[in-house]
Design a protein around this ligand. Structure first.
Ligand SMILES: *Cc1c(COP(=O)(O)O)cnc(C)c1O
Length: 403
């Protein structure tokens, strides 16, 4: 390809990351502990507010795993999980030998549907087993229906594990995502809104909970001069090098959130006149998403047959990455045998949705390229030719795959 690739979401360094990393080298804190680890935790606690406590870990997935352990999930238990999400939300349920119970999304926030959640809880209780936890996700940085999900959690006495991996910097009624659940989870993977190259964090309500998470994350070492263990441990702590990158990224987090919001506005304007395409936007002003990824829905009946796959292939032709939404877990080969509650909301979002390049580091030139692809595909006068190009793209991509 001659043109450079436009990614969905790529790392965007602010400049001071290397200063922190250099300091780690200069002081020889090259270990899964050190001043930057504590510093990043302090930065995050100040950023999130609400008397939260933060433990820096090796990944967001590790944070979900430890979060479920802290909520008392054990082998044979059931854990409710939003079906439309990244598999990392659900995998730790299986690490623990527990059973996932998947729940559909609603159309306002694309997140866990309150009605289906309540149906799942009452049915599992009627079957003799009360679920141990609810994993609710803020997909693409848009908060789930906070009050309704919380009310159900309180009514049935089932704690919430808030998967905020995609929502650092999002707020609901002014409160930061990551602080709503009984336990919160953040991710700093390479494609997230800030990155430590790979990393995550657990957010807890008490210092004791945070200390317990770090205890588990550092092989559950009891207090003794030798290595003494009375519980199973994990090696899940963040390294001081990764935390140094994170400290630099925290300095630019708010700026990067604003740039992602600007990318969302760019897409709102771009698709404004195109019937049958809806850019996914928060339902009201209580929700301020970080718009980690901007996504859209296409109704091919209204667009004369142009569907999300044709748009994806048209982007691909110009070396622009876009991606279907998360395929719901209850439709995944590895999870389809587990119980599912709800209808076809998540499924139809998956069928018709596409995530668009949303990085805070995209340039005007990148936006021009994106605009040109969209305008060529959707212009009514040339729509027949555009469809030919889209079909050609399809054939070419098949050729690439078969090489
Ligand atoms: C990225 C992500 C995770 C996992 O985070 P890692 O740091 O990659 O382990 C979990 N849940 C969701 C919704 C995510 O997008």
């Amino acid at each position: 390809m001659k043109t450079s690739k436009i990614w969905l979401s790529s790392p965007h360094m602010g400049g001071n990351e290397q200063v922190f990393v250099q300091e780690a080298f200069d002081t020889n804190w090259v270990a899964p502990l050190g001043p930057h680890v504590n510093g990043l935790e302090d930065d995050l606690e100040i950023y999130l507010g609400n008397d939260t406590h933060v433990g820096a870990l090796s990944t967001g997935t590790a944070a979900i795993h430890l979060g479920l352990i802290l909520l008392g999930v054990k082998a044979g238990d059931e854990v409710i999980c939003q079906s439309m999400t990244f598999s990392a939300s659900a995998n730790p349920i299986l690490y623990l030998g527990a059973t996932p119970v998947f729940v559909d999304s609603e159309e306002l926030t694309w997140n866990i549907c309150p009605a289906s959640l309540e149906e799942a809880i009452t049915d599992r209780i009627a079957n003799g087993k009360k679920p141990k936890a609810i994993i609710a996700v803020h997909l693409y940085g848009v908060p789930y229906q906070i009050e309704k999900i919380k009310a159900i959690s309180i009514q049935y006495g089932i704690p919430i594990l808030e998967d905020s991996a995609e929502a650092l910097g999002s707020t609901y009624k002014g409160q930061k995502c990551g602080t709503f659940g009984d336990i919160g989870v953040l991710s700093f993977n390479g494609n997230k809104i800030i990155t430590t190259s790979g990393g995550g964090a657990i957010v807890t309500k008490t210092k004791a909970m945070k200390d317990k998470a770090i205890f588990f994350a550092t092989q559950s070492r009891d207090d003794a001069p030798h290595y003494e263990h009375s519980e199973i441990g994990y090696n899940y702590r963040m390294s001081n090098i990764a935390a140094g990158i994170g400290r630099g990224q925290m300095q630019v987090l708010d700026k990067h959130v604003q740039l992602r919001i600007a990318m969302h506005q760019f897409y709102v304007d771009l698709f404004k006149g195109i019937e049958g395409v809806t850019v996914f936007t928060a339902p009201n002003i209580n929700y301020i998403p970080n718009y980690w990824l901007t996504a859209l829905l296409i109704d091919p009946i209204v667009t004369n047959g142009i569907d999300r796959e044709q748009l994806r292939l048209a982007f691909q032709q110009d070396n622009i990455e876009s991606r279907p939404l998360w395929k719901p877990m209850h439709l995944q080969p590895v999870f389809e045998k587990y119980p599912y509650y709800g209808g076809t909301v998540a499924e139809s979002l998956f069928e018709n949705g596409l995530c668009l390049p949303s990085g805070s580091n995209l340039t005007d030139h990148d936006r021009e390229r994106i605009k040109a692809v969209v305008n060529a595909l959707f212009s009514t006068t040339t729509s027949a030719t555009s469809r030919e190009i889209a079909v050609k793209g399809n054939i070419e991509s098949k050729n690439v795959l078969s090489q």
